[in-house]
Design a protein around this ligand. Structure first.
Ligand SMILES: *Cc1c(COP(=O)(O)O)cnc(C)c1O
Length: 456
């Protein structure tokens, strides 16, 4: 299978090259040139284990990797999960909670980054290459990337997080991994500063090339591919036969997770609705209501991983909504760059979007804990609220993107006390933290990268 850029000005690449490249050189994002139709596979897939199913799906997309090697990559990736089902379903009230947080860092990003880590190892070994990952994080991506890559011999990981502005647990998760290839940079600035510097550095193509810089944010196709698997898996567990239709609710920030569901539907999974939930940062809700995608200012909420005003994967969705016309997509993105907004065709039956503000998020956590004895994390709670609002009489699969134990401050705000914590998080200690503080200047970050790699 070949991968093309949404902006149509990059040559098509095989899977492994698209993974290593991350963002396409023309500024676009990679998508398969053609999506497979899995409709007539569903019957034979219903009873597969998670990793067997992952192999069936991924082998179609990663057909430049020998099958036995791909199997081993998948097995290794998911051997770090603490639940045999990898992504089990838990009933809570009328809904089924799809628990995506049984990986090492207790958030759904592990599902993709454990896989991407093993995949990078494999490709780099095959090609005798090295890679230096630069990431900016508001919390969850950083720790998932660190845990996905900490044992990779050919990879160094530089993670910038805003100093003293992530949650304490998130900072401890990132900064207590004491491995030679992991470098935490606490930036005296905001998450936007970190992200801005990352983009700056990636745009300096000579520097990027000289230091073999790569990215693990959700523009990487490998992350989306790994995430389509749990939509299929959950469907088979939640339904009795393949004629049934099923709806999902998805807490959304960068539009990566929900886009994986959109792809699953396009590949023949009988999805009825995808309910898109945002917090106060509702740029996507407004887009799906009005057909105008317009950036606003970031509000800090109790679901910080969704405090995003620029959903990078939305470009992939737009590409399909323009009838896969790269020229049209390019002109939309130019319109956005020039005016800070773009207008597109919203006729989408599949996705319905609603926002859930902080007050409602906290109330949902409290209600679910009291009525269903289930503690939702604040991100998951936004999706559960939207599912209950838009489909009050229907069983919905609600994606649980993090374990409640990661956000004790919010759980206390909601319930009056900290409940639903996790022993792995309780065992973290501030004394073990290792990081360097840096000012928010691109040159400072570049010199840290250069110096670290010289000394490595
Ligand atoms: C990253 C993240 C999200 C948002 O996912 P997107 O793919 O960016 O839409 C939601 N919840 C949690 C806990 C996350 O870490």
């Amino acid at each position: 299978m070949k991968y093309r850029s949404t902006r149509g000005q990059t040559d098509e690449l095989p899977f492994m090259d698209a993974i290593l490249t991350g963002q396409a050189p023309d500024g676009g994002l990679f998508l398969p040139s053609e999506l497979p139709d899995f409709s007539d596979k569903l019957d034979s897939w219903r009873d597969l284990s998670y990793t067997e199913l992952a192999f069936e799906i991924m082998s179609v997309f990663a057909n430049d990797i020998p099958q036995d090697d791909l199997k081993e990559i998948i097995e290794k990736a998911y051997s770090t999960f603490r639940d045999d089902e990898i992504t089990p379903l838990a009933p809570a009230g009328k809904n089924l909670i799809l628990e995506l947080f049984h990986g090492p860092t207790l958030a759904f990003k592990d599902v993709a980054l454990q896989f991407l880590g093993r995949l990078f190892d494999y490709i780099l070994e095959q090609r005798d290459l090295k890679l230096n990952i630069l990431a900016a994080t508001s919390g969850d991506t950083g720790s998932a990337a660190i845990y996905g890559l900490k044992d990779s011999e050919r990879v160094h990981v530089f993670v910038m997080h805003p100093h003293n502005r992530t949650s304490k647990i998130q900072a401890m998760q990132m900064c207590t991994v004491n491995q030679k290839n992991i470098h935490n940079i606490a930036v005296e600035g905001s998450f936007d500063d970190c992200q801005g510097m990352m983009k700056d550095i990636f745009n300096q193509l000579d520097f990027k090339k000289q230091y073999d810089l790569g990215a693990v944010n959700s523009v990487n196709w490998g992350r989306l591919l790994a995430q389509t698997v749990y939509y299929f898996y959950a469907y088979f567990r939640a339904t009795e036969n393949n004629q049934q239709k099923l709806s999902f609710s998805v807490p959304t920030g960068n539009f990566g997770d929900i886009f994986a569901g959109y792809l699953a539907a396009k590949m023949g999974l009988p999805i009825k609705k995808l309910y898109l939930a945002t917090n106060e940062n509702d740029v996507l809700c407004r887009a799906f209501d009005t057909g105008i995608y317009k950036k606003g200012t970031v509000h800090h909420s109790v679901s910080p991983s969704m405090d995003i005003q620029l959903a990078s994967n939305f470009e992939r969705y737009l590409f399909y909504s323009c009838g896969q016309d790269a020229t049209k997509l390019r002109s939309l993105m130019e319109e956005f760059k020039a005016k800070g907004e773009l207008h597109y065709d919203i006729s989408c039956e599949l996705i319905e979007a609603k926002r859930c503000d902080t007050e409602t998020t906290l109330a949902t956590i409290k209600n679910y804990s009291e009525e269903n004895d289930y503690v939702l994390d604040p991100h998951t709670a936004t999706g559960v609220h939207v599912a209950d609002l838009l489909a009050p009489d229907e069983q919905i699969v609600c994606l649980a993107t993090a374990h409640s134990g990661k956000f004790p401050e919010s759980i206390k705000l909601a319930c009056g006390e900290v409940i639903g914590n996790h022993p792995i998080l309780d065992a973290l200690s501030e004394d073990d933290m290792k990081y360097q503080v840096a000012d928010a200047h691109t040159e400072t970050i570049k010199s840290i990268i250069v110096k670290t790699l010289e000394e490595a």
